[in-house]
Design a protein around this ligand. Structure first.
Ligand SMILES: C[S@@+](CC[C@H](N)C(=O)[O-])C[C@H]1O[C@@H](n2cnc3c(N)ncnc32)[C@H](O)[C@@H]1O
Length: 230
């Protein structure tokens, strides 16, 4: 086990292949969702922004699309199925692109997992309208006022929607302090940083070492806690 302490990015965090990282009770893994089931238990809630949009932009429908970030081939259906399996029945809000076919992929993945699609809203992305949406999915009725949450997200920027949703879930009593929120496509860490600020715990996976390191460094800076690496 290695312990790393954030010091203003002078000493960059080095992550090994397949590492598990813990900081302030949040747990993150360097992990490829296409390789198998995630290393964490089902959360109370999942927010996820999967990487399919770039592939769709190049005209791919499902298999062998190309992720614009990593440049590698992506089996979008498999990826989305792994994400839904990781949710394990918890409500999921999935961010996606408005490019043709993207919403169909999301809806189909929800339905394959037995989820009901509750609705969708347009949000902005990088300040631009018409580029991103949120799709809400649920397995069983739970008393959450989803229409209220969807209205609160409408037209908001993707940088703030996780906060809007989690704040509402806390206010409605579905989430309580210390509950676990997951994001299997952690990226540079918007979901974990938001979860931490709201007193929630985070579990998540990410394929890119560089992005995972950014997410972990942000969490270390925000919490002031050391990072343990396995
Ligand atoms: C749209 S980004 C997520 C952005 C994130 N919400 C943030 O705050 O940066 C999608 C992420 O999924 C990751 N990803 C792509 N394929 C993956 C895979 N097979 N397993 C795990 N993560 C993957 C990408 O590296 C990328 O960081």
């Amino acid at each position: 086990m290695t312990v790393w302490k954030y010091n203003g990015a002078l000493d960059r965090l080095q992550l090994s292949e397949g590492c598990e990282v813990e900081v302030a009770g949040h747990r993150l893994w360097h992990f490829d969702l296409e390789s198998g089931p995630v290393p964490f238990e089902p959360p109370r809630f999942m927010f996820v922004d999967p990487p399919y949009s770039a592939g769709l932009a190049r005209g791919y429908r499902t298999k062998a699309g190309v992720d614009g970030d990593s440049g590698r081939a992506v089996d979008f259906d498999l990826l989305l199925d792994r994400i839904m399996r990781a949710a394990g029945g918890a409500p999921v809000v999935m961010e996606g692109s408005v490019q043709p076919g993207a919403e169909d992929l999301m809806r189909a993945a929800f339905e394959r997992a037995g989820y009901k699609v509750l609705g969708r809203v347009d949000i902005t992305y990088g300040g631009k309208t018409g580029r991103a949406i949120l799709v809400f999915g649920h397995l069983m009725p739970d008393g959450v006022k989803w229409p209220e949450i969807m209205r609160a997200c409408l037209g908001q920027d993707d940088e703030v929607v996780p906060e809007i949703i989690m704040t509402a879930l806390l206010a409605q009593g579905y989430l309580n302090g210390g509950d676990v929120v997951a994001d299997p496509c952690t990226g540079r860490g918007l979901t974990p940083v938001t979860a931490d600020r709201l007193g929630l715990k985070f579990v998540g996976t990410e394929l890119s070492h560089g992005r995972l390191a950014v997410a972990v460094e942000k969490l270390a800076e925000q919490t002031g806690q050391p990072v343990t690496l396995q």
